[in-house]
Write a protein that binds this ligand. Structure first.
Ligand code: HEM
Length: 540
């Protein structure tokens, strides 16, 4: 006889299986299906990368776990190219290697060939950006960086007019002003020697202030206490919080910001304030008009003016797109330059003879007792070479990703000499690896030595770190002018040295410093100090 309770389904009888299958058998069968499914997708991944040698991880770098977890022997992480720079391409018969995620993420092809990079990035090449990675830099919507090819031209058309000769002359002037503002505020100007405790933080602040001023007419003081605050936060503070979490901001659904998580609330607040400030600047410029004011020089005025001409047509950018472009320009305009500038200073500190060469060049160009002028920019090729060399060795934009829009074939340099054709199927992810290119000994002789003179040789393969082709970095000259300007001033005034512990050699310091890197929005060094010793009385 059954009781009424025995008829009520319980967890155990609900989970009991029909027929004679037991749970262990089911688990075994499901595991077997999973293993077969993984084996098939592993084979497909190998086929997609033409069975090229490379590395297999549980998750590929183009997956959330693969990029989120730290770079180890088991996980690619954010600094995969850096960590594996000496080993990754070694076993490949060509300048291309593969990375496969056994459990997660699509397979990725990596190339350390500038020739391949040019084929992919060149005009009318059948390659495009990758939608998901583009979205990660668009917390305020589409912008000139974060758009696929079809949408991109109208953004580039609006942004381009600002990048003209007048801009670069104002970049030079503002570099000088910011340099002196920094020295005075930090109370370094009257010191015979001083220690800059966090070089990366100083170059980051420097580059942000410069793009804010030259790009948008936002005059920030090196002394942050002086600046304007909105809802308790300064513009640099809002910008730092927002840009440090730009990927989270781009992907998290809006409702998550109402959760009682202080870090999320702060992020939401900061991005909201930033948007309000940017909208305020747009409105103010509209009211003032885009006539013959002194602010005409900045990128933003010309962007707004160009957009005004498009009004009513499909080419015009919406206000949200304008805000997004402002944010992107501030972000792209400082993270990259500042990290490579910090790396350049680190290398100069370890190479006193290179530093002396740069100093001699600066002193041969500038007039006695005066500051370098914008006309001197072209006369400082060795100083420019120092920054290019810093950028080659420590590429602040580590790589760019592309996907072919149709089945295609690349001509890849082979180890035996010549090129070999490599078929790349539609949709295969390809990383143009600037770390790999910079350290490719076929392309750059003795790639681990800091040798700015290589950039004076016209036979040297031109630097690709600003990309190439129609989507080449629009801020390349901005970054070159700014970095050359600040290096010319700093190296004129100071000798730069590493701070060695007892018994430590420069080579020991350098070896540790080289590995002290991280990737946030850009790739570069974590906090490190340098010592600055005055060379001479600076210009009045
Ligand atoms: C050392 C400094 C810099 C480096 C290494 C760098 C690198 C790059 C690279 C590699 C790209 C191409 C990305 C891709 O196609 O996926 C790019 C694009 C871009 N960069 Fe830079 N950049 C630097 C400085 C700047 C500066 C100073 C600005 C602005 C003032 C800027 C604004 C942009 C913009 C707007 C784009 C998108 C261009 C387009 O797609 O039309 N960059 N940059």
């Amino acid at each position: 006889m059954t009781t009424p309770f025995e008829c009520v389904p319980t967890w155990t009888n609900m989970l009991s299986l029909p027929f004679s299958l037991s749970w262990p058998v089911v688990i075994l069968v499901l595991s077997l299906i999973y293993v077969i499914e993984r084996a098939i997708s592993y084979y497909k991944a190998l086929r997609s990368v033409s069975f090229l040698p490379g590395l297999t991880f549980p998750a590929s770098s183009y997956s959330i776990p693969g990029s989120l977890f730290p770079s180890t022997e088991w996980n690619p992480g954010m600094i995969f190219g850096w960590r594996w720079r000496d080993r990754f391409y070694k076993d490949s018969p060509m300048d291309m290697a593969s990375q496969i995620g056994l459990l997660n993420g699509p397979p990725v092809l990596y190339t350390n060939s500038p020739e391949v990079a040019k084929q992919v990035l060149g005009n009318k090449a059948p390659w495009d950006k990758i939608k998901e990675s583009v979205q990660s830099l668009s917390p305020f919507g589409p912008n000139v960086f974060a758009t696929m090819s079809a949408e991109w031209p109208r953004h580039r058309k609006a942004v381009s007019p600002g990048f003209n000769g007048r801009l670069y002359s104002s970049v030079w002037t503002e570099t000088k002003n910011t340099y002196y503002d920094c020295l005075a505020t930090e109370k370094w100007e009257n010191e015979r020697e001083f220690i800059m405790p966090d070089v990366t933080a100083v170059t980051s602040k420097f580059a942000l202030y410069l793009i804010a001023k030259c790009g948008f007419g936002i005059g920030l003081s090196w002394n942050e206490d002086v600046g304007e605050r909105v809802r308790g936060m300064s513009l640099p503070e809002c910008f730092e919080v927002t840009s440090n979490s730009v990927i989270i901001l781009s992907f998290l659904p809006h409702w998550t910001y109402s959760l009682p998580i202080p870090a999320l609330r702060r992020l939401y607040n900061a991005s909201n304030i930033l948007e309000t400030i940017f909208k305020g600047i747009i409105d103010k410029r509209r009211v003032e008009g885009f006539g013959n004011t002194s602010e005409d020089k900045d990128i933003f005025s010309l962007l707004l003016a160009a957009n005004e001409l498009e009004k009513g047509s499909k080419g015009a950018l919406s206000d949200r797109e304008l805000v997004s472009n402002v944010f992107l320009l501030l972000l792209a305009g400082h993270e990259t330059t500042s990290k490579s500038l910090a790396a350049t200073l680190g290398e100069l500190a370890c190479n006193p003879e290179v530093q002396q060469h740069a100093y001699d060049e600066i002193m041969s160009v500038i007039k006695e007792g005066s500051d370098p002028t914008f006309d001197d920019f072209e006369k400082l090729p060795f100083v420019q070479g120092c920054f290019q060399e810093g950028l080659r060795m420590y590429p602040s934009a580590q790589l760019v990703m592309r996907r072919p829009v149709e089945d295609t074939v690349l001509q890849v340099p082979s180890r035996q000499g010549g090129v070999v054709p490599l078929s790349v199927p539609l949709g295969q992810v390809l990383a143009l690896d600037f770390v790999g290119i910079g350290y490719n000994a076929r392309v750059y002789k003795d790639p681990k030595s800091f040798n700015p003179a290589r950039w004076l040789d016209p036979a040297t393969e031109p630097l690709l770190n600003f990309s190439y082709g129609p989507r080449v970095c629009i801020g390349k000259r901005f970054a070159m002018v700014e970095s050359t300007g600040v290096l010319a001033l700093l190296l004129r005034d100071y000798k730069v040295e590493p701070i060695l512990k007892d018994g430590q050699t420069i080579a020991d310091w350098h070896a540790a410093w080289v590995e002290n890197v991280e990737a946030t929005v850009g790739f570069g060094h974590k906090r490190f100090p340098l010592k600055f010793t005055r060379r001479s009385a600076r210009a009045a």
